[in-house]
Design a protein around this ligand. Structure first.
Ligand SMILES: [Zn+2]
Length: 153
């Protein structure tokens, strides 16, 4: 079994949810691959940490009360448009969207490059490197490794 396959099965492996054959294959790989073994250890630590977290005891109406409070804090519209105006605006928007889609489908494929350049420019202005790989010793790095986004063996 390859690293990417093993990493996809790690959670099920630790939950004991794999077939006997898969469990043996993952276990055999973990015994030979230090990278996957380290990732399995990190995942196990995360599960143990979550097991120690205290459960929050909520009253039966807690969720409904939170939703009511959030809705009460949302700004209310100053006015409400008549239904015919909403329908007319929707038709105009759909027509413009269809026209834009048609025009875009006929345009050369320069838009994604422009968007990437814009995103890179914004990242540079904000002083962040959005396209840098996630550091391996962070949660993001562990997730990238776990999800198999990095090339496996
Ligand atoms: Zn591996």
């Amino acid at each position: 079994m390859r690293c990417t396959q093993v990493r996809k099965h790690l959670s099920a492996y630790q939950d004991g949810a794999l077939s006997e054959r898969q469990r043996a294959q993952v276990g055999e790989h973990l015994a030979q691959c230090a990278g996957c073994a380290a990732l399995a250890a990190e995942l196990q630590q995360a599960w143990e940490l979550l097991d120690r977290a205290e459960a929050v005891d909520t009253s039966p109406g807690f969720v409904a009360a939170v939703i009511r409070r959030v809705q009460a804090d949302l700004p209310q519209p100053a006015w409400q448009a008549p239904r015919w105006a909403v329908a007319a605006a929707l038709i105009v928007c759909l027509s413009c969207g269809g026209l834009a889609g048609y025009v875009h489908s006929k345009a050369p494929v320069a838009a994604p490059v422009t968007q990437l350049a814009l995103a890179a420019d914004v990242s540079r202005q904000l002083g962040i490197d959005a396209f840098a790989p996630a550091p391996a010793d962070t949660v993001a790095g562990a997730y990238v490794q776990f999800a198999g986004f990095e090339s496996g063996r």
